[in-house]
Design a protein around this ligand. Structure first.
Ligand SMILES: [Zn+2]
Length: 419
């Protein structure tokens, strides 16, 4: 999944890198762990753990964080370990109809600086790549950190993406086709890049640190101007043969008075999307979806969601009705993929009346021969944070991590001979 344009190893053949990543991830997800606990949880030997911890401390990635009593053995004290926030940094970028922004994250996932990227007057993908790259470099300069510790960039984009190469195969609202986004930004910033579809990025972030922690079979519906989805089975994304899995917007649901971007009047997009609500409320001027207007649809939708209309008003009722339709269709989807949880994400998940509609459909699910619908979860990870986690997952808590590069940057005298 991770692409790396700087010729660092892309296939981790080194088992040490894998073990190191395993230990780092454990400390990230369960701070206050001890060496003994790590050995138990990772299955690595005590000796291996001791060596890896030494390396990670030398590289400035983790630190000892005081002592505590051992569980069940109050007489013995253990040394706790935690991630060093300034041990490594990553950049997260979001490109969607609702805005374009970049943010710098610490090793613990905290956003340290954010910047909007204005693509308003931009005509070409080439120009967008220039703007994104210069924004990223400006953020790094702004925050006065060791730039050599910026490990990677993750871009979450509302588009179809070939993640292996970082190619945006199609981004309808930007009018992009076959854009080498990852390579373009990596070449200009000299930092490795991973590019991911926005729904997929949010899905993985919800499982790592959001509302879907503990679930690994998750169907995430990204309800915004249009409807998209991401599905992960056993913690792995299912992308489809053409990298276009999850196009729920064009599921045939039933007749409507609206015309979807595909020309059909029966699509899920015509019933449960933000665009459909705007069209029914006549907040936009046409009942036919026009791809060139996605930006203005997004602005109108952001306004409507900010108003947060209650049921009993035309706006609140339209949102509730669309949410109810979402819930009914998701029950059909659940019959096909049988996920542990269905996550509602995207702009619509911020509208109370829409969420109420979704939940009402869930509560009134028809009994299909004893089938129990999966848990319905409202997502909580914003897209920019999801991009940050994706970058951390790809470049820090990953076998991709180049530890030697961190150790030899002057923070340690233990150069060479470490691997
Ligand atoms: Zn359609």
């Amino acid at each position: 999944m991770v692409i790396n344009f700087l010729n660092r190893p892309s296939v981790p053949s080194d088992l040490r890198r894998v073990h190191r990543a395993l230990v780092l991830r454990h400390i990230f997800f369960a701070p206050r762990g001890s060496r003994a606990q790590l050995a138990r949880e990772t299955g690595l030997s005590g000796m291996a753990i001791t060596r890896i911890i030494r390396e990670l401390i030398d590289a400035g990635l983790i630190e000892e964080a005081g002592k505590s009593n051992r569980k069940g053995n109050p007489g013995r004290r253990q040394t706790n370990l935690r991630i060093c926030p300034s041990g490594g940094f990553v950049i997260g970028v979001v490109i969607s109809a609702f805005g374009h922004e970049a943010a710098l994250f610490s090793a613990t996932g905290k956003a340290l600086a954010r910047r909007e990227m204005s693509f308003e007057s931009i005509q070409t993908a080439h120009e967008a790549i220039e703007v994104a790259s210069s924004t990223i470099l400006a953020i790094i300069q702004d925050v006065n950190i060791d730039a050599s510790r910026v490990l990677g960039i993750a871009i979450a984009i509302a588009a179809f993406v070939r993640t292996g190469t970082g190619t945006v195969t199609s981004a309808p609202y930007l009018g992009w086709q076959q854009v080498e986004l990852g390579r373009g930004i990596s070449d200009r910033t000299n930092i490795p890049v991973v590019v991911e579809n926005i729904a997929d990025a949010i899905n993985m972030a919800e499982q790592a640190k959001g509302a879907a922690v503990g679930f690994r079979d998750v169907f995430l519906a990204h309800q915004s101007v249009t409807c998209g989805a991401s599905y992960s089975h056993e913690g792995k994304l299912v992308r489809g043969a053409n990298f276009s899995a999850g196009q729920i917007g064009h599921l045939t649901v039933g007749e409507s008075s609206l015309v979807c971007s595909c020309g059909d009047t029966r699509c899920f997009n015509c019933h449960a999307s933000g665009w459909s609500v705007l069209a029914h409320l006549e907040r936009i001027d046409s009942r036919c979806f026009e791809a060139g207007k996605i930006k203005s649809y997004a602005m109108a939708l952001a306004r409507l969601v900010r108003e947060d209309p209650k049921r009993g008003t035309p706006e609140g009722d339209a949102l509730f009705h669309a949410g109810h339709q979402w819930g009914r269709t998701m029950q059909e989807v659940a019959l096909i993929v049988d996920p542990q949880a269905i996550v509602l994400a995207g702009k619509m998940s911020e509208a109370t009346a829409y969420v109420d509609g979704c939940e009402s459909a869930w509560q009134n699910a028809p009994d299909k021969h004893g089938y129990k619908p999966p848990k319905l979860i409202v997502g909580q990870v914003p897209a920019i944070q999801a991009a940050g986690y994706l970058a951390l997952d790809s470049f820090l808590y990953s076998p991709q991590l180049d530890l030697d590069g961190l150790i030899s940057d002057g923070t340690s005298t233990r150069r060479g001979g470490m691997r």
